[in-house]
Design a binder for this molecule. Structure first.
Ligand code: DP6
Length: 333
């Protein structure tokens, strides 16, 4: 084992095309369904972890502000798994920065826990394989297991009770199909119902939940096939279907969870209009009001033009398919 000290890691957010919604085990954070996502390059979390000899408890600074309460507790619990693996008990100083709004449906927990998994394990002197990193990241946040990898990524539901097979792997590299994603930011406030609570509430109260879980077995091979064949229309069809289904499950919970605002709905219609007009683009929406327009790269300027100045659109962020988590060794290295 190498020396215990400090490390910095960066990870990109990811957007699910076939979505993870529901857990088969809450304690181990095991998904009820497999999922497929694209890791992106422009929404980045950078995290540093330093283990200290004489520290008195972990500290967490997020975007320059000291975090306390449930966020610190979640990170500390995550660090406990790393400490256990490394056989040590040192406290950690964690500093993390997002290049985008936190907790607003832009997958901050995915990039956050992927970066934390790599930075904390390296700082603890561990050299984990990508598979082990993905399992570790999943314990922090299910979607984080996917941000360990770049390109197109599939997360397996797994069937083992210990979760060793609930792990992500690269399906295709960024170079396989260089799609673009234009993210229309329509709301900057952290959402009222986080994905974790939303999933539990859906499982407990939505009459559509069991149908949703059963449907993943059909959506996953279609999405996988569309990516491997680079079949844009097939990818658009299965992704929009899966996205609306996930939101239907959440909406049919009691009380219903509605992640969308007026602009989200208007933009979903606009995505469909654009496709009717011959622009190769489709939408997806996660647990928040932002709309992600996934398109062929040559269509990105047209998509941005159609969305520029749209009432309620606060920002447009263009992303390419990006790399997986990596150690940050300094600017330009
Ligand atoms: C709608 O990974 O944030 O973005 O495992 O409870 O931390 P936890 O949930 P999280 O859920 C992501 C939900 C989603 C769909 C997806 O990314 O697959």
């Amino acid at each position: 084992m190498s020396k215990i000290g400090n490390a910095i890691a960066v990870a990109g957010a990811n957007f699910a095309l076939v979505k993870y919604w529901g857990k088969r085990n809450d304690a181990l954070n095991l998904p009820a369904v497999g999922s497929i996502s694209i890791t992106v390059d422009s929404l980045i979390t950078k995290t540093s972890v330093a283990f200290k000899e004489n520290g008195s408890g972990d500290s967490l600074t997020m975007n320059g502000e000291l975090a306390t309460g449930s966020m610190l507790a979640r990170v500390s619990r995550f660090l406990d798994w790393v400490r256990e693996m490394a056989g040590m008990k040192l406290s950690a100083v964690v500093k993390t920065e997002n290049s985008f709004p936190t907790g607003a449906g832009l997958a901050s927990s995915a990039s956050g826990f992927a970066a934390l998994a790599l930075a904390a394990s390296r700082a603890a002197g561990l050299a984990l394989s990508p598979r082990e990193l993905s399992i570790l990241a999943r314990q922090g946040s299910g979607s984080a297991a996917r941000s360990v990898f770049g390109g197109f990524v599939e997360m397996r539901r797994g069937s083992r009770d210990d979760g060793r097979d609930a792990v992500a792997a690269e399906l295709a590299s960024p170079a396989h199909w260089p799609l673009s994603v234009v993210v229309a930011v329509t709301g900057l406030k952290p959402k009222d119902v986080g994905s974790r609570d939303g999933m539990t509430h859906s499982r407990e109260t939505s009459p559509f939940y069991d149908t949703w879980v059963a449907g993943a077995d059909k959506d996953l091979p279609q999405c996988r096939g569309a990516i491997l064949e680079r079949d844009f229309d097939k990818l658009a069809d299965v992704s929009e279907f899966n996205c609306l289904k996930m939101h239907a499950v959440a909406m049919a919970s009691r009380p219903g969870i509605l992640y969308w605002n007026d602009t989200t709905v208007a933009l979903i219609h606009e995505a469909r209009r654009m496709r009717k007009d011959g622009i190769p683009v489709f939408f997806t929406v996660d647990a928040g009001p932002q709309v992600k327009f996934i398109c062929l790269p040559e269509a990105a300027p047209q998509v941005k033009k159609r969305l520029a100045g749209w009432p309620g659109v606060k920002d447009l962020i263009e992303c390419a398919v990006g790399k997986g988590v990596r150690e940050w060794l300094g600017e330009g290295r």
